[in-house]
Design a binder for this molecule. Structure first.
Ligand code: DI6
Ligand code: FE
Length: 391
């Protein structure tokens, strides 16, 4: 498919914020010009033959830039070791830190691109990419530079999150690391224009609420929005902290409570569900989806693509898992990888089929969102339109 000028895609099934609409969607330049009815004028026309059109998926939580892999550690976990046991035994995040520190910018880019391409093959238009496997100033910045380069060498938008507070590096003490390395690295990365948001891992094996509070204060001083890996393995109070700071999102949230759901609703913070991590570490506690729903907390869905807890590079499988494992409806899962994913990144110009938004959309060889979410390991993408161009 090619789009060379103002174009009407007609005979489509459109998944709009208000529900399914039969009809046409018009694209003018990099924007959606109309949804539902056909604007007058001399537009090129493409017959979609009843195909489903959605906003393009946004993967709003990834650690897609990293060195090496952790297949060996996975084998250990298959023998019975838990994710936390592996981490305490010197495996886990810190082993990826060693591999990432040892890789050049070009090597990190070369390792990341096949994973990026897997997401693009499913139509993804925007990827959030975190640092957090450097844990020193130089490597944190290198990861973020690689993330930015991905947006230049592929037709995809990249949003970066500084995740210096991901793990305590070997031999360091947590408080000294936060004040002496993490916060100075954040300032340096921001000065280089490498940071769109600030993230952290609030957990027993990572950082406390008090430590994250200091990172968030530094983010605020720089005018950067915050987000947090919260209540993934235990209830630490990270959700309440994030809500207090008006965070864009709290991510994982398996151990969040109904009280947390109330706080998130009040602060307008998105709950990002990461079923790939839940699956891969054989977690048994599912996030409180019913409470999120009852209190009107927007739920996003993402891959959490990382070498340890979620070696997943399929946004469609994340969508399927969100339904099967967490009981989201297919419509909720679709909103989770589009509208609410955009919101989790603070993006207001994409993530829905609505006039005036960026023309980031996907045409699928299925008829309904349920068909899109239902299959496992099947990619029905017909065409991907990124900023008004088919590519
Ligand atoms: N939670 C996760 O699931 C990932 N990071 C985090 O804070 C895991 C990252 C890894 O295991 O390498
Ligand atoms: Fe993560």
């Amino acid at each position: 498919m090619e789009i060379t000028g103002p174009t009407i895609l007609e005979n489509a099934r459109l998944a709009t914020p208000g529900g399914m609409v039969q009809g046409a969607i018009a694209i003018d330049g990099d924007r959606i010009a109309a949804v539902g009815d056909t604007p007058p004028g001399a537009w090129a026309r493409v017959d979609l033959q009843g195909r489903l059109v959605t906003a393009a998926p946004i993967d709003c939580h990834t650690h897609i830039v990293h060195g090496g892999n952790r297949a060996r550690e996975w084998e250990m976990r298959l023998q019975g070791a838990s994710y936390e046991e592996v981490a305490r035994a010197g495996g886990g995040i810190v082993s990826t830190v060693a591999a990432t520190r040892g890789a050049s910018e070009d090597e990190l880019l070369a390792q990341a691109l096949p994973r990026v391409d897997a997401l693009l093959a499913e139509g993804v238009s925007c990827i959030e990419i975190k640092s957090g496997y450097g844990l020193d100033l130089e490597t944190e910045l290198r990861m973020l530079r690689v993330a930015r380069r991905i947006g230049h060498v592929r037709p995809v938008r990249v949003r970066t999150s500084f995740l210096g507070a991901h793990a305590v590096p070997k031999g360091a003490e947590a408080d000294a690391y936060i004040d002496g390395t993490c916060i100075p690295a954040l300032k340096a990365a921001h000065a280089e224009g490498l940071v769109d948001a600030v993230d952290g891992f609030c957990e027993g094996i990572a950082f406390s609420v008090a430590q994250m509070e200091r990172v968030f204060a530094a983010a605020k001083a720089l005018g950067l929005p915050v987000k947090l890996h919260a209540e993934q393995l235990s209830h630490m109070g990270g959700t309440a902290l994030a809500a207090r700071h008006g965070a864009l999102s709290v991510d994982h949230v398996e151990y969040a409570t109904e009280g947390d759901a109330r706080l998130l609703a009040a602060s307008g913070t998105v709950a990002v569900l990461l079923p790939g991590a839940f699956y891969a570490i054989r977690e048994t506690q599912a996030p409180p989806v019913a409470a999120f729903r009852a209190h009107g907390v927007p739920m996003a869905v993402a891959t959490d693509c990382n070498p340890g807890s979620s070696p997943l590079t399929s946004i469609l499988l994340a969508m399927n898992m969100a339904c099967t494992l967490f009981r989201l409806t297919p419509d909720e899962a679709l909103a989770g990888i589009t509208t609410h994913a955009a919101r989790a990144l603070g993006l207001t110009d994409t993530g829905a089929l609505a006039p005036g938004l960026r023309a980031d959309l996907c045409i699928w060889n299925v008829e309904t969102p349920a068909e899109l979410a239902n299959r496992i390991g099947f990619n029905p993408l017909h065409a991907r339109i990124f900023g008004g161009r088919a590519c």
